[in-house]
Design a protein around this ligand. Sequence first.
Ligand code: SAH
Length: 243
Amino acid sequence: MRIDVLTLFPELFETFKRTSIIKRGIDRKIIDIHIKNIRDYSLDKHKKTDDYPYGGGPGMIMTPQPIYDCYQDIEKVSSNPPCIYLTPQGNIFNQEMAMELSKYPQIIFLCGHYEGIDERIIQNIVTHEISIGDYVLTGGELPAMVMIDCISRLLPGMLGNSDSCREDSISSGLLEFPQYTRPYDFLGKKVPDILLSGDHKKIEKWRKFQALLKTKKRRPDLFYKYSLSEEEKKILEEYDKNK
Ligand code: SAH
C-alpha cells in the first residue's frame, strides 16, 4: 500500500517510519510511506502557509494554495485514492473503518494544524473527514500516525503471525483474554495453572470465558453487539453453574 502524508511537520514522521512494525513493513515493501512538506509548495515569497480567518476570530487557517499544489504533485498509483482529512469534526475512527481502508492500494492523509484548513480544500480534494476521538489536538500528524499504524497491521505479511491480529481486542468483537509470559511467579502472583496444563481445548475455553467476562463487565456495548455462538453460550452457562 502506498501512503502519502501532507503535513507542515514532516520531521514528526521520522522516528515513526524507523521503528518497529512500521519499519519492517517498509523494509518488506508492504507499505511505502511518502511524507510531503506542504510548505515546499507555497508560492508565497516567505513560504507562508497560513493566514487570518475571513470574518475574524482567533488563530490562523492553513491557506489552500500550498495544500492543493502539494496534493496535485502526488503520484497517484490508483484512480481516486481516498484523501483523508484528520479533523475532530470527522466520523470517529474505528477498527471497521481501518479494515475498509486497508483494501485500497493508496491512501492520502492531510494533516491540519493551527485552527484548521480552508473549507475549499475539503470541498475539492478531501474524500473522508476522520477524527480519532472526541478531543482536540494541535495537529493531524498524531492522528495520521494512529490511522497508518492501525491500517498497516492489517496488511498481509505485516505481523509475524497473521493470527495475532484476528484475536486482538475489538477485531474479534471481544476484548482479549489476559496474557502471561515468563516468569511463572512474579511478585508472588502465579500464572493460572490451566495455561500450563498443555490441554489446548481447556485453555481455549478458559480464554474464551475470560474474554467474554471482561467484555461484558468493561464494554457492555461491545458485548451486546456480539453474537454468541452456541459453544460460547455453553461456556458462559457452565461457568455460571460452577460459580
Ligand atoms: N478549530 C478546529 C480544530 C483545529 S485542531 C475545529 O474546531 O475543528 C488543529 C488540527 O489538528 C486540525 O486541523 C486537525 O487536522 C487536527 N486534529 C485535532 N484534533 C483531532 C482529532 N481528534 N482527530 C483528528 N484530527 C485532529
